[in-house]
Write a protein of this length. Structure first.
Length: 387
């Protein structure tokens, strides 16, 4: 049996990852500090021990609001008046990197976070994508294929961040231009040059976003369609107006068509309050190759297996095709896998040479990783043991 999503390139990957993490006034943690090496990490303990909170803290090492998409003010430890803070030391081929992030102590009620890299405050969270790339799988993602397209776009964009550090900034600029155009239309903007300038930003950023997404979808599909093993093969497709245009026309014609649509749909968009054309309307489609079914039509077990396949394919690509330090976060994943798939997953993680963080309530489910991973036992937001 071939191992899950591993090729010869991975054998050359150096060990990189988190060596120390400290939390302050973060959810259930008043103060917490942990030192590690770069091997995978297995965290076990009863529900409420703080395992998922620790994973969430790591998810703030990339741009965004973490894998819970929480309000920053809600992350502060209950009853505390102090701002929450995260400090992480990482190892990258012998080089040490320090990242700190949290609420601004001078403005603790704000809904923005400040970030420092090697002691220097950065202007934008986008700078994080140059240093760390993360892919995660959590129980909240189980309905990804059943719910709206927005969740699937967000999922794909997080994957793209790992390969293209500028993607987050493109999305921010595009969304800002969307809001500005909508406001100008509502106000009846009389300055055509202003409106055209905003629409030109939508054209440029929208096409760049779509191209970045298509590139990553193509790379993932190349891995997923050649896999042999206990997890399903999958075909990924990104569908939308721009995707279709880019497949059929030259770049010049795509740009002209986008500008023309923006110009002719102004009145309709003013009345509806939204633009019905662009990358904010695209959708990620996943096909279970063996059955030829859309993921949304598959069983619950098949959907979970497909999602795990995509996440592991992304982890493989991150391990060999990015300069950023790759991390894999998996919250309560193995409890839903049979013994064969658990064994395949553990084997893949170890061969990827990526620092994976896995959580579970039952340590026996991870027995195959004994000796190859660090085992943490947590209880009541404190470290009970580490082996």
């Amino acid at each position: 049996m071939r191992c899950l999503f591993v090729n010869q390139e991975v054998s050359e990957v150096p060990l990189r990852g988190v060596e120390r993490i400290s939390l302050s006034h973060y959810r259930c943690y008043e103060s917490f500090s942990l030192s590690l090496d770069t091997r995978p990490v297995v965290m076990t303990g009863p529900n409420g021990a703080g395992k998922t909170n620790l994973l969430e803290a790591l998810s703030f090492l990339i741009p965004g609001r973490g894998f819970r998409r929480a309000r920053f003010s809600d992350i502060r430890q209950q009853g505390s008046v102090e701002p929450w803070a995260i400090s992480v030391s990482l190892k990258d081929e012998g080089e040490g990197i320090r990242i700190g992030t949290g609420l601004d102590p001078d403005n603790p009620e704000s809904e923005s976070r400040i970030t420092r890299i090697n002691g220097e405050k950065v202007k934008s969270q986008s700078a994080l994508a140059e240093w760390v790339s993360i892919v995660w799988l959590t129980p909240q993602m189980d309905r990804l294929f059943l719910e709206g397209s927005q969740g699937r776009r967000r999922f794909l964009d997080r994957l793209v961040y790992g390969f293209d550090a500028a993607h987050a900034q493109r999305l921010n600029r595009y969304e800002k231009a969307l809001r500005e155009r909508s406001l100008l239309l509502r106000q009846g903007c009389a300055d055509p040059y202003w409106l055209e300038g905003v629409e030109e930003a939508l054209v440029n950023e929208g096409i760049a976003i779509t191209e970045a997404r298509l590139k990553v979808v193509g790379q993932l599909t190349a891995v997923l369609t050649t896999y042999e093993g206990p997890f399903p093969q999958a075909d990924l497709f990104l569908r939308g107006d721009l995707e279709k245009q880019l497949d059929e026309k030259s770049m010049t014609d795509v740009e002209k068509a986008f500008r023309r649509h923006l110009a002719t749909s102004r009145e309709q968009d003013r009345l509806s309050g939204r633009l019905s054309y662009g990358p904010h309307r695209s959708d990620l489609h996943v096909i279970f190759t063996e059955k030829g079914h859309e993921a949304g039509l598959c069983s619950t077990g098949e959907q979970k297996a497909l999602l795990l396949s995509i996440v592991m394919a992304s982890a493989q690509l991150l391990a060999v095709r990015t300069d950023a330090i790759p991390l894999l976060l998996m919250d309560e994943v193995v409890a839903h896998l049979d013994e064969i798939r658990r064994s395949a997953l553990f084997d893949a993680i170890l061969k990827l040479k990526i620092q994976a963080w896995l959580t579970g309530t039952d340590p026996s489910l991870f027995k195959e990783m004994q000796g190859d991973a660090q085992f943490l036992s947590l209880e009541g937001a404190r470290l009970v043991s580490i082996t």
